[in-house]
Write a protein that binds this ligand. Structure first.
Ligand SMILES: Cc1cc2nc3c(=O)[nH]c(=O)nc-3n(C[C@H](O)[C@H](O)[C@H](O)COP(=O)(O)OP(=O)(O)OC[C@H]3O[C@@H](n4cnc5c(N)ncnc54)[C@H](O)[C@@H]3O)c2cc1C
Length: 315
């Protein structure tokens, strides 16, 4: 007979792991489908706000999450499983994965988080890993005594600049608007550094290079003449925010203009009955590990209530 899970948790960051631990402890038959376990902050060298632990690296957090997850019963854990489609059926949902597997469940909890937003300019993909960097914490140490450009004036851009302080000899901070948008304390730190030159009103148009990055081209805005300027740099850190990994669910659940899944923040319910979501994939205003995990617990308990109600109705 075809196997139908009570709940399918999609995504293996702090939200997914929290959701699966709770559904398993509620004795729900759970399948856990994820590309990788650990989530986005795996690239972080120091996480100092994971409640209960003073400081740990992203890798340590990922290992702790995986250990806790694997200590549970009732979970069919499948990694390297990217979900490509989520559809509703009469009795729940059907999930398709990029490997070609089809999985059925009564409920789904979407916790697929986000990924780095790209500039979409020439040279960005070509020199990715050859001077173009998306994870500042991971790669800043490779730019010792180098000149680099950080693109993005929000929190991720500012944090990338701070990550580069001990290494880079010169840091251009390329900002599209006319102000910085990140935390005031970090803004002050960045502005006070002699290494940093902030270029406001600059739209990055190209990343230049041969084998490796050699420069960044931008145009000043507003600019009627569209005059292009070039900076000689050894690296370009693209830090312009993230995009939610929700493409596979867009035909099923309501998303906002940013592609984030719209949820009921009390319950984690989406617009589709039986489908819940939590963490960075949703329209939660704060993208943080603790919030992702906490909201996922709410979603898991709501999924539990949903399954119980269905069971009672079927009796
Ligand atoms: C460099 C960096 C440092 C950070 N530092 C901190 C910090 O110090 N403190 C803090 O609170 N927050 C920090 N954050 C933010 C924090 O990482 C996120 O808020 C948190 O990871 C969100 O968790 P999540 O489970 O919702 O999603 P994610 O962590 O993004 O996890 C999503 C998971 O889903 C999987 N996935 C994606 N698409 C699919 C698919 N189609 N099918 C199956 N699986 C899929 C991914 O492999 C991943 O395992 C940091 C983020 C970054 C990038």
């Amino acid at each position: 007979m075809e196997e139908i899970y009570d709940v399918a948790v999609i995504g293996g960051g702090p939200a997914g792991v929290a959701a699966a631990i709770y559904t398993s402890r509620k004795q729900l038959k759970t399948i856990f489908l994820t590309d990788t376990i650990g989530g986005q902050s795996v690239g972080s060298s120091g996480i100092e706000n994971w409640i209960g632990v003073e400081s740990l690296s992203g890798i340590e957090l990922a290992k702790a999450l995986e250990k806790h997850l694997r200590a549970q019963e009732n979970i069919n854990i499948q990694t390297s499983q990217r979900v490509s489609k989520l559809e509703s059926t009469q009795n729940g949902v059907t999930i398709e994965t990029e490997k070609g597997d089809t999985i059925k469940a009564q409920t789904a909890i979407i916790t697929t988080g986000g990924r780095h937003r790209h500039l979409g300019v020439p040279g960005e993909e070509e020199f990715s890993g050859k001077g173009v960097v998306f994870c500042a914490t991971c790669d800043a140490p490779f730019f010792r005594d180098k000149t680099v450009a950080v693109v993005g004036g929000g929190n991720s851009g500012l944090e990338a600049v701070v990550d580069l302080f001990p290494f880079a000899k010169k840091i251009y901070l390329i900002v599209l608007g006319d102000t910085l948008k990140g935390d005031p304390i970090t803004q002050e730190e960045v502005k006070a550094s002699e290494k940093v030159e902030i270029i406001y009103g600059a739209n990055t148009t190209k990343i230049l290079g041969e084998k490796m990055v050699t420069g960044l081209e931008y145009e000043e805005i507003p600019s009627d003449e569209k005059i292009k300027k070039t900076l000689d740099v050894d690296g370009v850190f693209v830090q312009i925010g993230s995009v939610p990994n929700t493409e596979f669910a867009k035909n099923l659940v309501e998303t906002n203009d940013f592609g984030e899944i719209v949820i009921n923040h009390k319950s984690g319910e989406t617009s589709q009955p039986g489908v819940f979501a939590a963490g960075d994939a949703t329209d939660t205003p704060y993208k943080q590990n603790n919030i992702a995990a906490g909201d996922a617990v709410k979603a898991a308990l709501s999924a539990y209530d949903y399954v119980l109600k269905k069971r009672r109705e079927q009796k």
